[in-house]
Design a protein around this ligand. Structure first.
Ligand code: GAL
Length: 370
């Protein structure tokens, strides 16, 4: 498994860049972010090679192995796409038996999810793939798995850098597969900077915006919120936050938040930032209901590249979105699980790149999603 070892080396570089960005000054962060983008791109290619290597090595060996998967909640558009690909790839590409790939709904309840994990452990599953309800539970869950000798692949909700480092230092069979949410936030900000008036529709020299956040415990929500605005201020643009409210990744909640905000602030709102596309779709319903027109008198950006959102970008109803590559993430997570089952060492952090989606490449992204 030479290729897996190469993946490991790149993983280390990626983690180093991440920690640099986390504690560096503004200038350092920019350099780190650029390096990070390159590193993530490299690790993307590596993820593909890893997949090949795993497939080669797997043969029929996986047919009696059991994978326990728990998703933080089934009722989440993005994670539904993710888990569908995860199941398909484990069975069709890696040779796990369908009945040995068990996926459970964490129902957004950490106690319930911890129970599910406990049951997987009691039933001696070979490997777990976990999308934690609360990423802060990672140390406790990791200990449970470690004691039972079961490797674990965390996905989507990133544990802390300290926890990830602990797995490495203590040779614990745990890894994280995800994306660096700073990159998606930065892309959202850039999309506003790329508009003809850099987001300043009323020409008063200030970009006035509202921010609809995901679950704020989630690092994706924190980083997208911070880095979308940072991209504007780094470019010397003055900003004014009219409102920041949590919409918990949920379309209906976002629709209500944006409806109320439009009633309260009206034309003052020039940009609506949503931490994901489900919320951007809700925002769009309210924007249209209020008689406003995206890309004319208001801008709207999301993240994930849900099919409907990408179509909206193509039709000019959303300014942009960012492809949160669930296909590569699911495949990489499954590859890591298979590598663990084969007794391979796996790097502790594995990042996949985000892709900025604008009108120019929206059709290409749509084709990939179909
Ligand atoms: C994010 C994604 C959101 C939501 C969240 C769940 O990466 O953009 O739509 O699925 O993960 O943790």
């Amino acid at each position: 498994m030479r290729l897996l070892k190469r993946a490991a080396a790149i993983g280390i570089a990626s983690l180093m860049v991440l920690s640099m960005a986390a504690c560096g000054s503004g200038a350092k962060e920019t350099t780190a972010a650029a390096t990070e983008a390159t590193t993530a791109a490299e690790s993307n290619t590596t993820a593909e090679s890893t997949a090949e290597a795993v497939k080669e090595a797997v043969g029929g060996d996986m047919s009696d192995k059991k994978v326990g998967i728990s998703i933080y909640k089934f009722d989440d558009n993005f994670m539904t796409l993710y888990r569908t690909e995860l199941q398909r790839y484990l069975v069709d590409e890696l040779g796990f038996k369908k009945e040995n790939v068990v996926v459970q709904d964490g129902k957004n309840d950490q106690a319930e999810q911890t129970n599910q994990i406990q049951n997987f452990i009691t039933q001696k599953y070979d490997v777990l793939i976990l999308n934690l309800v609360q990423s802060s539970s990672a140390p406790e869950v990791t200990e449970m798995c470690k004691e039972a000798g079961i490797p674990v692949v965390y996905i989507n909700r990133e544990p802390t850098v300290e926890e990830e480092q602990r797995w490495k230092d203590e040779s614990i069979k745990a890894t994280y597969v995800g994306c660096d949410a700073r990159q998606s936030g930065t892309y959202q900000g850039e999309q506003i900077l790329e508009t003809s008036n850099k987001g300043d529709i009323n020409g008063d020299g200030v970009v006035s915006y509202i921010m609809v956040q995901g679950d704020p415990e989630n690092v994706d929500a924190q980083y997208r919120t911070e880095f979308s605005i940072k991209a504007l201020t780094d470019a010397g643009v003055e900003v004014k936050e009219l409102l920041k409210q949590r919409g918990d990744w949920d379309q209906a909640k976002a629709q209500q938040i944006v409806q109320d905000a439009l009633t309260q602030y009206g034309d003052q709102i020039e940009v609506v930032f949503c931490n994901n596309d489900a919320m951007a779709l809700g925002a769009l319903q309210s924007i249209e209901a209020a008689g406003r027109k995206v890309n004319e008198d208001i801008y709207l950006v999301g993240v994930d590249a849900l099919t409907e959102a990408v179509q909206n970008v193509l039709d000019g109803k959303m300014t942009g979105t960012v492809f949160n590559d669930h296909l590569s993430q699911a495949q990489s997570a499954a590859d890591m699980a298979a590598a663990f089952v084969l007794g391979e060492d796996v790097e502790n952090v594995n990042m996949v790149d985000y892709v900025k989606v604008t009108k120019d490449n929206a059709q290409e992204v749509l084709d990939k999603l179909k």
